[in-house]
Design a protein around this ligand. Structure first.
Ligand code: MLT
Length: 322
């Protein structure tokens, strides 16, 4: 019997090695847990286009939305650990959701970290109809509303929702959240004047700000965004210390062979090192991750540290999800 078990284990190990050596043999799917047209979708498409060159296979973006991104992450978690399904996510989906939803999976033990991706501060934006030209005037207008002003999000637990909770904490202003399947659709409604504000990823709103279709008041960082120097920081504008960076990352299901994780990591790192890709991402206000934070282990450690940092505030907010 013992010989049979050893033979089976050897065969499984051999099969895994063969699979890793011949990987990838067909297209790879990146599950983006938010709607097309939003910041997650944009980053995944830019990086995926370059990774295709390194890996020699198409990286197909599949937008699987709902429940603050947790449905899409669940889809990836439950896929085969063969390197053909990647989970794209960020602070909201791979940290906050664990404090809000009964996920049916564990964000740390059911996923393998692959690589930390670019990050950006949030930006406080409003519809153009708001009669404010500074953050102080915006805060006064929001406080003067007869009912809680409306804030677009990508659903409970999304980055824009966590940023809204943080904004409520520091400003003392209660918001009425309006959930969308991503901040792409939320931004369309802000431009149309259907909602009052979004505390959005800079990468999502910056082009509408530049076009004059919405109004920006501050970025949630201690320094201004290099290619949006006209937007003050929260420290300059009147909400000192309201700092929040939304970072993104790639994960694969637990059990994916280490050799495949390494190949995916190398392709993503090569994409982020490409000058044309860097220009596309930096033009959206995104910053490349530090060079010493590009290993799978670095993303794993970062995710755990962010869970320790954010869960107490999120749990204290007692977010109700239906
Ligand atoms: C978020 O708010 O979590 C993201 O910006 C949503 C998205 O990428 O659409």
């Amino acid at each position: 019997m013992r010989k049979l078990v050893l033979a089976v284990l050897a065969m499984l190990a051999f099969t895994g090695t063969v699979a890793a050596e011949t990987w990838p043999a067909h297209l790879i799917t990146i599950v983006v847990p938010f709607a097309a047209g939003g910041p997650s979708d944009a980053m995944a498409r830019i990086l995926g286009e370059h990774m295709k060159q390194s890996l020699g296979e198409v990286l197909l973006i599949e937008n699987v939305t709902g429940a603050g991104g947790s449905i899409g992450v669940g889809r990836a978690v439950r896929s085969a650990p063969d390197g053909y399904t990647i989970s794209f996510g960020h602070l909201g989906t791979h940290v906050a959701n664990g404090a809000i939803y009964k996920l049916g999976y564990d964000l740390v033990t059911d996923l393998e970290p692959v690589v930390l991706l670019p990050s950006n501060p949030m930006i406080i934006v409003s519809k153009n109809a708001v009669p404010a030209t500074s953050l102080k005037e915006l805060l006064a207008w929001l406080k003067s509303r007869p009912a809680p002003p409306t804030a677009g999000t990508a659903g409970a637990g999304s980055g824009s929702h966590i940023a809204g909770l943080y904004f409520e904490n520091v400003s003392g202003i209660k918001l009425q959240y309006v959930p969308y399947r991503g901040t792409g659709p939320a931004l369309n409604d802000l431009v149309a004047g259907q909602i009052d504000i979004i505390v959005d990823q800079t990468s999502n709103s910056i082009n509408q700000v530049r076009a004059g279709n919405i109004r920006a008041y501050a970025v949630t960082d201690s320094k201004r965004v290099a290619n949006a120097p006209e937007v003050p920081t929260v420290d300059e504008a009147g909400l000192p210390g309201f700092h929040m960076t939304l970072w993104s990352g790639l994960w694969v299901p637990k059990g994916t062979p280490k050799e495949i994780v390494a190949k995916l990591n190398a392709a993503a790192v090569a994409a982020m090192a490409d000058p044309a890709v860097q220009k596309q991402l930096e033009n959206l206000g995104l910053q490349m991750p530090p060079k010493d934070q590009l290993t799978p282990e670095a993303l794993g450690a970062w995710q755990k540290a962010e869970i320790a940092k954010w869960w107490p505030m999120i749990k204290a907010a007692n977010v109700k999800v239906d």
